[in-house]
Design a protein around this ligand. Structure first.
Ligand SMILES: [Zn+2]
Length: 313
């Protein structure tokens, strides 16, 4: 083999290696597919007096937790994801403290909420309040049908006895839940200092499942759910370092454009406000490589515009 052909072969191999690397770069820079709305798990619905559920809304993955965690009712339904997290939370509470917390109310149908509201309203009227005053007082504690989180199957009311009480906050159970619920994907939904935002009185007994990492983001920002959704609506996204995996982050987006594309989708949920919340999980290194590859593609188009390079040999 002549010296020249040896060099030629070396350069040819180098060119092939470059072409191979180029394919990897192109693959890394390929756009992620638009998110799939059929993945909608409806775990992040915002439900309140302004954003209500239709009368026929009923989740299709309700499971009974009554036999798996202490309950004051024979049946205590929650959606599957919320049920698993709740049963685990109660098991851990019992293991740590030896105490018991009872579930009082889980999933409720629209019709049940309607009867509940009317009966609470009637009893306030019977105690002598005018219709207006009775209505105002009732709506602060009992949501109107369609406006109750209990219809989502993601909310649970808890007590150390058989009734719901504000004094629950001072019990060991109330304090433990307030400190630990977040780690299980639950949030304390109706904060004492934020009744102007929630339009519901302080309810130390009402916990709402939103899942991880959302509960941790809400805890760390000292938000109620309305504030989290507002933040996403105004800013488009939020980032949260994965506490379990160094170098990884969750990036949560809110959008009403279903053609948007996102890398690393973990879950998709409609927000009951006409938008979707997209939860993604990204390795920082992939993130950097993707950004680099995109830049390389832009720069490389010029480079490979002179494509004759590979044909020289
Ligand atoms: Zn409740």
């Amino acid at each position: 083999m002549s010296k020249i052909s040896g060099i030629r072969q070396y350069i040819r191999q180098l060119a092939l290696a470059l072409a191979g690397a180029w394919l990897i770069v192109l693959a890394a820079a390929a756009p992620a597919p638009a998110f799939d709305t059929s993945l909608d798990d409806e775990l992040l619905l915002l439900v309140n007096g302004k954003h209500t559920l239709p009368a026929d809304y009923q989740p299709n993955d309700l499971v009974d937790t009554a036999g798996r965690a202490p309950s004051k009712k024979g049946v205590m339904q929650l959606r599957a994801a919320a049920a698993e997290a709740y049963v685990q939370m109660m098991a851990d509470y019992k293991a740590e403290t030896g105490g018991k917390v009872y579930s009082i109310s889980g999933f409720r149908t629209y019709a049940y909420q309607s009867r509940l509201f009317n009966s609470k309203l009637a009893s306030r009227r019977n105690s002598g309040l005018s219709y207006g005053s009775a209505y105002k007082a009732t709506v602060m504690y009992t949501a109107l049908p369609g406006a109750s989180e209990h219809q989502t199957g993601l909310a649970i009311d808890l007590s150390t006895g058989s009734v719901l009480s504000e004094s629950f906050r001072n019990t060991g159970a109330g304090k433990w839940l307030m400190a630990n619920c977040w780690d299980y994907g639950f949030i304390l939904r109706y904060d004492e200092a934020k009744t102007d935002l929630t339009a519901i009185s302080y309810e130390p007994w009402h916990y709402r499942y939103v899942g991880l990492p959302h509960s941790l983001i809400i805890r760390d920002n000292n938000w109620v759910y309305e504030e989290y959704i507002s933040y996403l609506q105004e800013n488009g996204s939020i980032e949260y370092a994965d506490p379990e995996q160094a170098g990884c982050v969750y990036r949560i987006y809110r959008t009403d454009d279903i053609t948007d594309e996102y890398p690393g989708i973990v879950s998709v949920s409609s927000d009951n406000m006409g938008g979707y919340i997209i939860t993604t999980h990204i390795d920082r290194l992939d993130d950097i490589l993707t950004a680099w590859a995109e830049q390389a593609v832009r720069g490389g188009l010029i480079f490979f515009g002179h494509g004759a390079l590979l044909n020289v040999f």
